[in-house]
Design a protein around this ligand. Sequence first.
Ligand code: SAM
Ligand code: SF4
Ligand code: SF4
Length: 364
Amino acid sequence: MTERVIALVDAGRRKPLPSAAGPAAGMMQDRLERPLRDLRISVTDRCNFRCTYCMPKEVFGKDYRFLPHEQLLTFEEIARLAKIFADRGIEKIRLTGGEPLLRRNVERLIEMLAGITLPNGERVELTLTTNGSLLARKARALKDAGLRRVTVSLDALDDPTFMAMNDAEFPVAKVLAGIDAADAAGLAPVKINMVVKRGVNEHSILPMARRFKGSGHVLRFIEFMDVGATNGWRMDDVIPSREIIRMIDAHLPLDPIEPNYPGEVAQRWRYRDGSGEIGVISSVTQAFCRTCTRARISTEGMLYTCLFATSGYDFRALLRGGKSDAEIRAAIAAVWGARDDRYSEIRTAETAKQRKIEMSYIGG
Ligand code: SAM
Ligand code: SF4
Ligand code: SF4
């Protein structure tokens, strides 16, 4: 069983570029009239955690074959591609993985990306999502390299629950130290992502809310998703965001607030006593595909237009095949023009079993 799953998860299935060309320059829209605004780049498929909902040990064990180094996009390739995307309208870049801080010299990549200017003359907004394990050590260097902000994942405040979820015996205190270091380095406001799984960490919802209320950090609760093909997702394990809000509101009264910008993934709520805000990301119970402006580049340079994709477009082949920037720009326009993804709107127990690309490979 395990072997079969390994064969599935490391196959980056390719599809040919669409034949219809997109607009050569200017604003692009997909088939549902959504622009391309955000690029997520996975810089490694490796991780020092084995979160049960993302890289379960039974699959990502000692025998699992991660990508060999020569298959990863180099920093130069990533920077070239990111610049071409910036020319095509993206405003934000998020580095992710796997655990992005495990990629050697990631600060150098950050320096290269932070220098990208957009057609309007502004600098691209560069952020990173991390499990926080190396953050205490690296926060200052990341800031100095030009990173704007970080999102840190933390699923509980007590070690038994957190360790059961990260499956790597990693203690809470070290992640908290990472959050403090990020704050002190000016990578603020720090966002904190908590994936909520029924029967596993729902008892941590209120303690997490209390811990970060008034801290200036923004805690966001994420519904457990059926990403990839290995995490054994069942609808019964999902705690709908509205239930989370009810639980918190009963003790710490909340009011809804407007999004910061159209298409913001998290719905925002403010503590009535003025001590900050929280967010909920309801990808399962209130799909937000209609405003989804995100594209993703995998560690080996495949372009995916949906987190739940079953195949992607091989942009590494274009980069290494001598294509010009203009040709790659045209390829991006063609892919985006053909996009009609809306997986979360059409999710069922059946689609959840599809052979989707793993989140540690495509980037969260
Ligand atoms: N390793 C980094 C981290 O954990 O922050 C970055 C990559 S991780 C794949 C990005 C985000 O995806 C994390 O916040 C993680 O909690 C979230 N995530 C992973 N698997 C998930 C799932 N099945 N459902 C919801 N969120 C998930
Ligand atoms: Fe690693 Fe992040 Fe996935 Fe956890 S969620 S296994 S930290 S990539
Ligand atoms: Fe975007 Fe796909 Fe998620 Fe819908 S399911 S919000 S299209 S990534």
